[in-house]
Design a protein around this ligand. Sequence first.
Ligand code: KIV
Length: 262
Amino acid sequence: MSKVTINTLQAHKQAGEKFAVITTYDATFAHLVEQAGIEVILVGDSLGMVLQGHQSTLPVSNDDMAYHIASVSRGCDAPLIIGDLPFGAYNTCEQALASSTVLMQSGAHMVKLEGGEWLLGTISALVERGIPVCAHLGLTPQSVNTLGGYKVQGREQSQAEQILEDAKRVEAAGASLLVLECVPADLAAQITQSLQIPVIGIGAGAGTDAQVLVLHDMLGLSKRLPKFVHNFMDSQSNIQAALSAYNSAVQDGSFPGPEHSF
Ligand code: KIV
């Protein structure tokens, strides 16, 4: 695999080629993910739940993120690495710049942050200073307490319009990628068609440009698998084959199916 950049992903969107993203937290898995041909790694703050055993992502610190980003970065050469800014690490623009600098110096090529309108100035400031941004809308797990649980977002017309509006505004502010989590498939498809930047879905149907899954979910290791997850270990004899099967299923459009969508 040659070095993956934002231009690679933009070219995929223009050519109508779907691509896979997966969360990864250490060097061993980063190597396996690269061997499977997966082009984008998200070092997600989901590590708070799947590695640290917390009930939410809220306890994860920026130092935790830096540690895992550095580990992933030592395990692979070509994939684009997105580092999640954790809860409380981007409350102000200045704090976002400081936290992102640490993640970029640890090996991230881009940072991800959760939210819409309140982050527009922060997104522009990061991009102006050479820090590419992946925005994240829909179900934003760091806001689980204000959302009242891990629920599908955008089922109501007004909420759907707000997510579409936010998506256009984060793109205009300079975001290079957008994650859409747990939104109805038709809304995700509409947003994907409305934006120039690649849209990565999780629980957002088959109409997005890319898919992301949490590693431990797609390997069937998590206690409870969300509806939008397929356990790729079910039909494979080893982890390397399961990762390759996930990559192929996203690229050929066979994952996600209607049974994984809202
Ligand atoms: O932290 C994470 O793993 C994420 C994905 C679920 C998109 O943000």
